[in-house]
Design a protein. Structure first.
Length: 184
């Protein structure tokens, strides 16, 4: 698989590419993807785990031990567990969210999917995600994988980033546009 030089140029991109290449060679792309999704969710839901990953006060060895001990309860496969240990030992845990994002993009590209980053003020339910996936898929002619996150600061509406295209239908942007128009 050819990846762009831009992805491989970043630190997180090099780690994500290495993990992807290893997962592809081991035929474990889907397994690693599922593990990384669980890790991403755990990072979002657990302030303790987030603090462990982001703290410069925790030694590399202690972080590696803690994550290795937590891996079974997080449901991480052995390849992902080893990889997270490498990140910890190399002092790169703060890059983990970006590594996961890039790995997921590489995996989606490998499956022939396009990833759409979707930001909404409130969580979207399954029906809304399915309708959005269908509409975006019809627009680009490919399967769409949605990477959804919640950002209450957009007030309402939705922001979709699909490759180099961005669709911003957020209330925050509409209010800012109105405020600029009223200034003259």
């Amino acid at each position: 698989m050819e990846t762009s030089g831009g992805i491989r140029a970043s630190l997180a991109g090099r780690y994500a590419s290495a993990l992807f290449d290893l997962a592809r060679d081991e035929r474990q792309i889907d397994v690693v993807s599922q593990s990384l999704e669980r890790l991403k969710s755990a990072l979002a839901e657990s302030p303790e785990l987030k603090a462990l990953v982001g703290s410069p006060l925790v030694s590399r060895a202690d972080a590696a031990k803690a994550l290795s001990a937590a891996a079974p309860s997080l449901g991480l496969d052995p390849l992902s567990t080893n990889f997270v240990g490498v990140l910890a030992r190399n002092g790169r845990l703060r890059q983990i969210a970006e590594v996961i994002r890039i790995f997921m993009s590489l995996a989606a590209e490998h499956r022939g999917e396009t990833t759409a980053e979707v930001v909404s003020a409130r969580p979207l339910d399954d029906d809304q995600l399915a309708a959005l996936r269908s509409q975006l898929g019809a627009r680009v002619g490919r399967d769409i994988r949605i990477d959804a996150r919640v950002d209450p600061s957009i007030l309402g509406g939705i922001v979709v980033r699909l490759g180099s295209q961005m669709i911003d239908a957020s209330i925050r942007t509409k209010l800012n546009t109105l405020a600029l128009a009223m200034k003259g």
